[in-house]
Design a protein around this ligand. Structure first.
Ligand code: KIV
Ligand code: NA
Length: 264
């Protein structure tokens, strides 16, 4: 099995084959997801929340994300590894975007990058694509703009839907090979999927996107607290892991672990 590439993404769209994407932030989980043949792994800036414990994705830095990208690349020889450009590392313009994306490829070993925004970041997308760096766009609920959006809510309703479509077309025209659509009405995502030649990757964007993406701790039921309605929990890892560590704690306290079979 050779590594999944932008050509495979285009081929899947032309054949009407849907594919899945998951976030990954470390070596061990990357090996699990790669062995499960998840074709694209995203080292999301959601690491801000699930790895570093920040309230939003705004504070996380390139220096905090690059080591995670390196670890995921080491664990995933078959998946395309996409690095998220964090807030403040590309908004200044194409030169800054190119310098940042270059670090994620050279130091991180990523094969592609993702950035948030529409027409305004199209020049940055074009600069990266011109330099040979595959780019995924990200529209709708863009968490790096949370302070401007005023909260985590559905985007692209009514007239805002037309703006989103225009932004998606601008990102496509700039050379992106896919675009994430986050928390937008399903009918809008379906329209975008039809009108775009590039792949749409939905998260809370209905069933008609070319691909889906989820934060792995959400879909595996490891995240605590509130999870958004678009998340399906495929496992209950928080209970499984919590039970395991409580049993371990109790067995150490009670002298049941370790026994002779764990000793030399
Ligand atoms: O950072 C992230 O995890 C993301 C995905 C949810 C699309 O951007
Ligand atoms: Na992100």
């Amino acid at each position: 099995r050779s590594r999944f590439t932008v050509r495979d993404v285009a081929a899947a769209k032309s054949r009407g084959e849907k594919w899945s994407m998951l976030t990954a932030y470390d070596f061990t989980t990357a090996t699990v997801f790669d062995e499960a043949e998840i074709p694209v792994l995203l080292v999301g800036d959601s690491a801000a929340n699930v790895v570093y414990g920040y309230d939003t994705t705004v504070p996380v830095t390139v220096d905090e994300l690059i080591p995670l990208v390196r670890a995921v690349v080491r664990g995933a020889p078959h998946a395309m590894v996409v690095a998220d450009l964090p807030f403040g590392s590309y908004q200044a313009g194409p030169e800054q975007a190119l310098a940042t994306a270059t670090r994620f490829l050279k130091e991180g070993g990523a094969q592609a990058v993702k950035l948030e925004g529409g027409a305004r970041v199209a020049p940055a997308v074009a600069a990266l694509v011109g330099a040979g760096i595959p780019v995924i766009g990200h529209l709708g609920l863009t968490p790096q703009s949370i302070h401007a959006l005023g909260g985590y809510r559905v985007q692209g309703r009514d007239e805002a839907g037309e703006v989103l479509l225009a932004d998606a077309l601008a990102i496509e025209a700039a050379g992106a090979f896919a675009v994430v659509l986050e928390v937008v009405p399903a009918d809008l995502a379906a329209r975008a999927t039809k009108e775009l030649r590039i792949a749409t990757v939905g998260i809370g964007a209905g069933a008609d996107c070319d691909a889906q993406v989820l934060v792995w701790q959400d879909m595996a039921g490891l995240s605590g607290g509130h999870v958004p309605r678009f998340v399906k929990r495929y496992a209950d890892l928080r209970t499984v892991l919590g039970d395991a560590v409580r049993t371990y704690r109790d067995e150490v306290r009670g002298g049941q672990y370790p026994t002779v079979e764990h000793s030399y």
